[in-house]
Ligand binder design. Sequence first.
Ligand code: HAS
Ligand code: CU
Length: 563
Amino acid sequence: MSVVIGAEREAAPAMAWAAQKRLMSLFLIAGFSALMIGAAIGPLQALNYADVNAYPFLRPVLESYYEGLTIHGVLNAYVFTFFVTSGLLVYLPARELELEPNMPIWWTSFGLMAIGAVMLLYAMFDNSSSVLWTFYPPLKGSPYFYFGMTLLTLGSMVPLAGVMDLRTRWKRANPGKGTPLVTYMSAATLLMWLLAALGAAAELIIELDPWSLGLTKHVDPIIGRTLFWWTGHPIVYFWLMPAYVSWYAFLPREAGGKLVSDPMARLTFALLLVFSMPVGTHHQLQDPGIAPVIKAIIAGLTLSVALPSLITAFTLGLSLEYAGRRRGGRGWIGWFTALPWKNPSVAAQVLAMITFIFGGAGGIVNGSFQLDNIVHNTTWIPGHFHITVGTAVTMTFMGLSFWMIPHLTGRALFSRKLALISIWLWFIGMSVFSLGMHWAGLFGVPRRAWVSELPHSEYTHVYGVAHFPLILVGVGGVILWGATAAFYVVFFGSLFGGKRNETPVHIPFTEFLAGPEGSRLAAILEYLWPITGLTFLVTIAAYLPVLIPFFQHQTFAPGWMVW
Ligand code: HAS
Ligand code: CU
């Protein structure tokens, strides 16, 4: 059984092909294995908020809520996303351009990230580094943690060389032609990440790595935080943009239609490249030492970063409507119900999009300076990111795996029905969980707090007012356990137990209603390097007024291990 039918673009020599497919499979397996561990731990944190304290029963595997939370955040936010993205953004352009990628470059990325991930796992599971996913100093973990994180980050930057090499070779063979869409989107994503990762790379290499080895005695926490958010904001688009690649380039075809506008997709990616970078300080709206006027400017700029996603909503909404009407859907809603809901890949991505409408709306609340006063450091924030990265991105990657594993392995999807069940459970579980988290946040329930460790009377005294939303959080978590179990039966079942496909599954590259030919916009957006240079200048302009005062008044702290 083939899940989707796609274009015949697969003319590369069979041997080279097989090697690429194998490596792409390894990226997927590594990424999704990380997610499996991370997702298995998540519900424990949800239960914590519902006053169920499972941690005393989990020793010595997990010593505390904070250890579990660190593993959950690091594996899901970094290891899962980096592996999947570093695979996809080389493999898909290579297939689109019908060229062989530079395999040593691609392997280097995999190797660096694999070593980094093993070091991180070691540092986290021995409870030496429960520093949470933000690893804010002066919390101090083991050198394995920081060096592991350094290797993982560097490894995730390497695919840029792979995609740029592909693009250059293709352009040489096709003078005067614009970059095909998937390659364009992949290049824009990785160029953005090149600039974005500089912050965390600097924080790690200059500040935290030497400090963790004892070569320096103190760190400046606020400089560390600022460098972290230089990366920590645009990283959310490094998660989102590969999902957008799937929404723009594959979903319209999978849904039975076409993408309505190729130049709009390019514009979205170019805008995301530019706007993602200068706004990281919106994660520090409540931090001391940053002038209110700068915070206000950053809050204004933050709204600009919603713009490309609003363009996406309209472009993709229309593309889906086109698909639905082609399938016979009529009226206001008919096109929506006429979409191929029985195809788990389509269902996953459309449900991901619907969740993202709410995730985006919450983001606009966070970005508004005054409103952020109310929600910052409450459970509202994890509520927000579980329906952005935790649903919009993760469910898109899950949906993508439903056709990609059959495409890579030649095996059919293990069970289409179970795949659909996993997607719906994920959607329902995350919606319930996230509703509870947002709601409880409005009562001031703090994020990252081991609330179930309090005596029950104390918990009720402090958090009783938010009892109902916190119960929802726990219920959502338990549903997500079901979703995870169902998904991994399908994932590993398809990899190792799926029946041989009778017909090969091709990559579902979409066609366009309006292509790039003759588009002035597409021609201008082709200048990706100058756009990247401009973005770098804008970023420097945004960060100098924040960083200069911090360097003028440095405050040093010794390391703390509070867990
Ligand atoms: Fe965020 C905090 C602002 C998007 C992730 N965010 C976080 C954290 C994470 C995160 C992980 O300004 C917490 C970090 C930590 O640990 O402290 N965020 C925004 C804004 C956006 C936004 C303005 N965030 C994301 C995305 C993420 C993500 C995407 C992950 C992938 N966020 C913030 C701020 C904070 C923050 C502050 C700090 C708060 C604090 O106090 O700490 C925007 O980019 C959102 C724009 C999106 C939209 C939605 C468009 C909708 C689409 C779907 C269309 C649907 C269709 C279906 C077509 C405007 C594209 C059609 C069908 C029909 C039936 C209609
Ligand atoms: Cu942000």
